[in-house]
Design a protein around this ligand. Sequence first.
Ligand SMILES: Cc1cc2nc3c(=O)[nH]c(=O)nc-3n(C[C@H](O)[C@H](O)[C@H](O)COP(=O)(O)O)c2cc1C
Length: 236
Amino acid sequence: MKITVINGTMRHGSTWHCKDLLLEKISQLEETQVREFYLPKDMTSFCSGCFSCFLNGENTCPHADQIQPIVAALEEADLVILTSSVYALDVTGQLKALLDHLCFMWLSHRPNPKMFNKVGISFATTAGAGLSHSTKTMENSLKFWGVKKRFASKQAVAAMKWSDISDKKRGQIDKDMAQLAKKATAAVANIEHSAGPLFRKIMFVMMKNMMKKNDWNPTDRNHWEAQGWLNGTKPF
Ligand SMILES: Cc1cc2nc3c(=O)[nH]c(=O)nc-3n(C[C@H](O)[C@H](O)[C@H](O)COP(=O)(O)O)c2cc1C
């Protein structure tokens, strides 16, 4: 299984350890090939809001040299894992900065068919609060990239560092990661045959109708046309 991990923190703290445990559990079930990115090391910029990705193509983003290798790794993966520590009840700023750069491939712009048959995990760790909000932020990107099957992992660790986590909690994390590893592995194996989300179907039809009338962004419209989606071809 090919796995791409976007680490929303550089810190080898609780998020990193939980994620590593998950990778270990998956590798016990099947052979894995893992590609990891660390933020902000691998994507150092904020979106400048220039609209160039939307209007002129993603290769014209001022930060394309850092964005393109990440997109290529997402395209290659069977399983995409987005991770974040909870900061201020949400994802880390560095993860949000990356997600902002990837709006061009949302269903509302130029969805990437290579993202459609994937499994995605939104993976958050907190001291106490903000898990649902944080996983929702990550989930929104997976959902709007058109990822077929999605899971969330929410860990409240009541600690500032991994070594402070109680033995009881560690036991629970171990069980949770084993269970998530099983579910994600089964989902990857079954991805071709599983039903896609209803949201994706509805969004696709809505956007198709909008793209037919799109006279404000030829780059988006041409993408839909080139895929054959404006002439009846269905991606899912
Ligand atoms: C800047 C910052 C903001 C934080 N905000 C929250 C928060 O809003 N709610 C919360 O429960 N914990 C908060 N925390 C605690 C972390 O979410 C928690 O310690 C988490 O396990 C850290 O993950 P890490 O060990 O992977 O760095 C914050 C920590 C930092 C450094």
